[in-house]
Design a protein around this ligand. Structure first.
Ligand code: GLC
Length: 555
């Protein structure tokens, strides 16, 4: 089918956008009836065992085609009116997640933390910050999630701790050369030990006092990097993993999974401007050191002792071969690739990243995502909500697993916040504004207090409650897409093959199945490929063509 599909595209006939909306999206209520109540069944049939991918006879672990929903806890739902989301808030909204149709939730860090990097600065990895609740609340959440047919993934941060972690506090009160300091990277000298920059800007080295040693922090000064050459550091991570697995979590998301190991001698970063030997291929010495794979083997050896537990890594490595090394059989089960997330809304570039991601993942399920708490939201990044909706259908048609970010299903845009309320050292506040659930501002059902970041009035038009009632809403689109993905027999096949498509468009089919996804990223309507339309991201034209900035599923 490669390259010969343009005639087929032109031959197709489909109904109008209105018919489509009526016939496939249906009303929120119908969807609700068809999906609610399935949680218990799901829990019984799959929570403790393997699932079978539609159409496959090979038993596959649950994560192979799961849709996972990232809950950025502080922005999800606030139960106690302090303006910050919490675990009880998440528990109160599990019915919504079941209704949406996701398989699992990934909780952003909820551990005790000063909050310099909003939880990614962990001061105790085996407890819950009072801001979010208690360990009992966590256990209750896991139990409730089970009842709703949802699995739970927690975020693990092995690269660094908070500067308020007892280890770091002990380190700064101890002498240079002490075992306490050997858990981190301390170095003496009048100037920083090398030229490394932190991800948030500025040198990656700080001192607690001018006369003291320097310590390494690849993120903020409040996030000192751990020394992974120290066996104590590994033992502590293993203890943390066992702690959460024993509490019943189904998986872990490994933060900065390409970090941890540091190259011998901490050599200068030669990619910095001013160096004479500058080349695109000059490696960044801060990341992807060979010894990092030892860490992933250690993580895997713990998880392998618990049935059906999964580790997914945030692996940011440019070279696909090096990236794939994190997915060797004794390392991570899954890894984010981020090609789709960082691709512009351009058919050629999207096709390249889709092929590249699938090729890099090989036999391991690919992980697709178009949104997370670190990047501008799709409706903003792609330039319009129409495009974001189209990209949702592209992502959810691809073989593998998909990760959604809370609010993506409402089509929320980023918020242009005034400097006075911004708090993130990485400047990512705009995509972290709390969820608008229902009713009037300023809290829109997120909080009865003052939200930690203000929700704009425009979020009042995008509440979950209103969108549930509207068959044309972005929430209804996601619900219908997830329902189809789960129940329609066309969603099978691990590879994609491409149709020829008009300039600026792409169309692919899941190999071994009838599902076709067509995206029009050009500026004018194009004919659809042949097949019955299952779902479109927006109305078709009066003559049944696919408008610009729209995607369709056909089978
Ligand atoms: C990851 C997280 C990001 C955090 C950083 C440091 O990239 O996604 O939010 O700032 O790690 O922990």
């Amino acid at each position: 089918m490669h390259g010969d599909g343009e005639t087929e595209l032109a031959e197709s006939t489909v109904g109008s956008g209105t018919e489509l909306a009526e016939s496939t999206v249906g009303s929120g209520t119908e969807l609700a009836e068809s999906t609610v109540g399935s949680g218990t069944e799901l829990a019984e049939s799959t929570i403790d065992g393997r699932t079978e991918l539609a159409g496959s006879t090979v038993p596959t672990e649950w994560w192979a085609d799961a849709v996972v929903y990232q809950v950025y806890v502080r922005s999800f739902a606030d139960s106690d009116a302090d303006g910050v989301g919490d675990l009880a808030g998440v528990r109160s909204r599990l019915g919504y997640l079941e209704l949406l149709g996701v398989d699992a939730l990934w909780l952003s860090p909820v551990y005790p933390s000063p909050g310099v990097d909003h939880g990614y600065d962990v001061s105790d990895p085996r407890d819950i910050d009072p801001l979010f609740g208690t360990l009992d609340d966590f256990d209750g959440l896991v139990a409730d999630a089970r009842r709703h047919g949802l699995r739970v993934i927690v975020d693990i941060v092995p690269n660094h701790t908070s500067d308020q972690h007892e280890w770091f506090r002990a380190a700064i009160s101890a002498a240079p050369g002490s075992p306490e300091r050997a858990r981190y990277h301390f170095r003496s000298g009048d100037t920083p030990p090398n030229n490394w920059q932190s991800v948030f800007g500025g040198p990656a080295w700080s001192r607690v006092a001018p006369s003291d040693e320097w310590y390494l922090h690849l993120f903020s000064p409040g996030q000192p990097d751990l020394n992974w050459a120290n066996p104590e550091v590994r033992e502590d991570l293993e203890k943390t993993l066992r702690f959460w697995c024993d509490r019943g979590v189904d998986g872990v998301r490994i933060d900065v999974a390409h970090g941890m190991a540091k190259p011998d001698g901490l050599p200068d970063d030669r990619r910095q401007p001013g160096w004479t030997v500058l080349s695109e291929d000059t490696p960044d010495p801060r990341w992807d050191a060979d010894d990092v794979h030892e860490v992933h083997r250690a993580i895997r050896s713990v998880l392998d002792r618990y049935p059906h537990r999964m580790a997914i890594g945030e692996v940011i490595v440019r070279d696909d071969e090096r990236w794939a090394a994190y997915l060797r059989p004794d390392e991570l089960h899954l890894a984010f690739h981020f090609g789709l997330l960082t691709s512009p809304f351009d058919a050629v570039e999207l096709r390249t990243v889709i092929d590249g991601t699938l090729a890099a993942a090989g036999d391991v399920p690919a992980v697709w995502t178009i949104a997370n708490h670190d990047n501008p939201r799709p409706a903003t990044r792609y330039g319009s909500l129409d495009r974001a909706r189209a990209m949702a259908l592209v992502m959810l048609a691809l073989p593998g697993t998909a990760y959604l970010y809370n609010g993506e299903e409402l089509g929320l845009p980023d918020v242009d916040l005034p400097e006075s309320v911004r708090v993130d050292p990485g400047g990512r506040d705009g995509c972290r504004v709390p969820m608008p659930w229902e009713g009037p501002g300023p809290g829109y059902g997120f909080t009865a207090g003052t939200p930690w970041l203000p929700l704009p009035a425009s979020y009042g038009d995008l509440t979950a409650a209103d969108q549930l009632e509207d068959p044309a809403s972005t929430l209804s689109l996601y619900r219908y897409a997830l329902e189809l993905r789960k129940t329609h027999p066309a969603f099978r096949g691990r590879e994609v093959e491409w149709f020829g498509a008009p300039a600026g468009c792409l169309a692919f089919r899941r190999v071994g199945s009838t599902l076709v996804c067509a995206l029009n990223a050009s500026e004018r309507p194009v004919p659809l490929p042949p097949g019955d339309v299952l779902l479109t991201s927006g109305p078709l034209t009066d003559c049944g063509d696919l408008p610009a900035n729209t995607a369709a599923w056909l089978a």
